[in-house]
Design a protein around this ligand. Structure first.
Ligand code: SF4
Length: 367
C-alpha cells in the first residue's frame, strides 16, 4: 500500500512528472486502484452565486473588475434560486454543489447570513455542499461548518514563486492561512491550481510540494487548464497540451494518493480519449454543467454519454465522509464577530496585469 508523504522535494516530483509516459501512467493507475474505485467519478455542479466585480487582480480571471471582459455581473443569488439549481443538479447526477462568489474575502453581514442559509438548504437536500468565497477567518469557517458545509475550496493556483507573477492583491501566506482556518473545523479542504498560465514545469512541481506538505493533504485537488479569456492578462496564453494535463493528473495522484483529483476548467478543449487517459491516470472527479463560473464546460448529457461509454458511475454523496449535521441559525453556538483581519496586499507591479488594465481603458475609450 502506498504511503502518504508530506516531505516530497521539487526534484522528486519533477522526476515523476518527466517519466516515460507509459511508466508514469502505470504507476499512477496502480496507486489509484489501491485507494479508490477506478470506475466511479465524483460529479460536482459549480454555481456562480455572485458573479463579476471582484476587486482582486488574478491574471487568469474574467471576473476581476479591472479587466475588460464580456462577463455579465450579478448580485448574490437568492436562497430559492440556489435551491432550484441544486435540485436540477441532483436530478442530473451531481452529488455536490459548489457555490462560488467573486469576493476577496468574506465579510460578516446579511450576504454571508444568506450564504449560510444556502448551505443549510443544500445540505438538507442530502447533497455535499462546497463554497469558494475567498479568504475566511476561523470564526467564519466554524459558522459554515455548523451550517452543514462539506468542503471549502481555496486554490493555491501555482507555486509560491510564480504566484507573484499572477496576483498582486494578496499573498500566498493568506491562502495557506485560510486553508488552516478551514482545517480547524470538520469541513474538508479542496485546493489545487491552474496550469497553462506561462509557468514552468518547476512551478507545477512547486505547487504540488506545497499541497503535499499540508497535513492532512486536501481531500480534493482540482487541476485546471487555463481558459484564456479575452481581456484578461492571460488572453494570449496557448492552450494546455493534453499531455501536460495527463502528466499533471498522474503526478498529483502519485504525490497525494488519497485525494480526489478533480478535472476542472479546460475540459471543453479535451477529447473524450484525453479525458479517459486522465481518468486512467487518477482523476476521479469532474465539474458538470455547461458553465464553470463564467467559462464554458461540456454539458451534462455529453458527460453522461462519456460515462456510459467508459463504464464510469457517478459517486454517491458522502461516500468519503459522513454528512455533516445542519444547525439552524437560531441554535448556533457561533455569532458574527465582525472581525476585520489584515489580509495582505503586496501590490507589486505585474506587467501583463497592468497592461490588461490599461488596455481595457483604451478599448472603452475607443468605443
Ligand atoms: S479568481 Fe476569485 S478572487 Fe481572483 S479575481 Fe476572480 S473572482 Fe476575484
Amino acid at each position: 500500500m502506498s504511503v502518504t508523504r508530506h516531505d516530497w522535494t521539487k526534484q522528486e516530483i519533477l522526476d515523476i512528472y518527466n517519466k516515460p509516459l507509459m511508466d508514469l501512467l502505470y504507476e499512477a493507475a496502480s496507486i489509484h486502484r489501491e485507494h479508490h474505485n477506478p470506475n466511479t467519478v465524483q460529479v460536482s455542479t459549480l454555481l456562480s452565486i455572485k458573479t463579476g466585480g471582484c476587486p482582486e487582480d488574478c491574471g487568469y480571471c474574467p471576473q476581476a473588475a479591472r479587466y475588460h471582459t464580456d462577463i455579465e455581473g450579478n448580485d448574490l443569488m437568492s436562497v430559492q434560486q440556489v435551491k432550484a439549481q441544486a435540485l436540477r443538479a441532483r436530478a442530473s447526477g451531481s452529488s455536490r454543489v459548489c457555490m462560488g462568489a467573486a469576493w476577496r474575502n468574506v465579510k460578516d453581514g446579511p450576504e454571508f447570513e444568506n450564504v449560510l442559509e444556502m448551505v443549510r438548504t443544500i445540505n438538507k437536500l442530502d447533497m455535499e455542499v462546497c463554497c469558494t468565497l475567498g479568504m475566511i477567518t476561523e470564526n467564519q469557517a466554524q459558522r459554515l461548518a455548523e451550517a452543514g458545509l462539506y468542503a471549502y475550496n481555496h486554490n493555491l493556483d501555482t507555486s509560491e514563486e510564480y504566484y507573484k507573477e499572477v496576483i498582486s492583491t494578496r499573498g500566498y501566506e493568506d491562502r495557506l492561512q485560510t486553508i488552516d482556518n478551514v482545517r480547524k473545523t470538520n469541513v474538508t479542504v479542496c485546493s489545487g491550481g491552474i496550469i497553462g498560465m506561462g509557468e514552468k514545469v518547476e512551478d507545477r512541481a512547486g505547487m504540488l510540494v506545497a499541497l503535499s506538505k499540508l497535513n492532512p493533504q486536501p481531500e480534493s485537488v482540482p487541476i485546471n487548464a487555463l481558459v484564456a479569456v479575452e481581456g484578461t492578462p492571460m488572453e494570449e496564453e496557448k492552450p494546455v497540451a493534453i499531455w501536460d494535463m495527463i502528466r499533471m493528473v498522474a503526478t498529483t495522484r502519485i504525490i497525494m494518493p488519497r485525494t480526489q483529483v478533480r478535472l476542472s476548467a479546460g475540459r471543453t478543449d479535451m477529447s473524450r480519449e484525453g479525458q479517459a487517459m486522465c481518468f486512467f491516470a487518477g482523476a476521479n472527479s469532474i465539474f458538470a454543467g455547461d458553465k464553470l463560473l463564467t467559462t464554458p464546460n461540456p454539458d451534462v448529457n455529453e458527460d453522461m454519454e462519456m460515462f456510459s461509454l467508459l463504464g464510469l458511475e457517478p459517486q454517491k454523496p458522502f461516500v468519503k465522509k459522513a454528512q455533516p449535521e445542519t444547525v439552524e441559525a437560531e441554535d448556533s453556538k457561533f455569532e458574527a464577530l465582525g472581525e476585520k483581519p489584515k489580509w495582505s496586499r503586496p501590490e507589486h507591479s505585474i506587467e501583463r496585469n497592468e497592461a490588461a488594465k490599461h488596455k481595457s481603458k483604451k478599448v472603452i475609450a475607443d468605443k
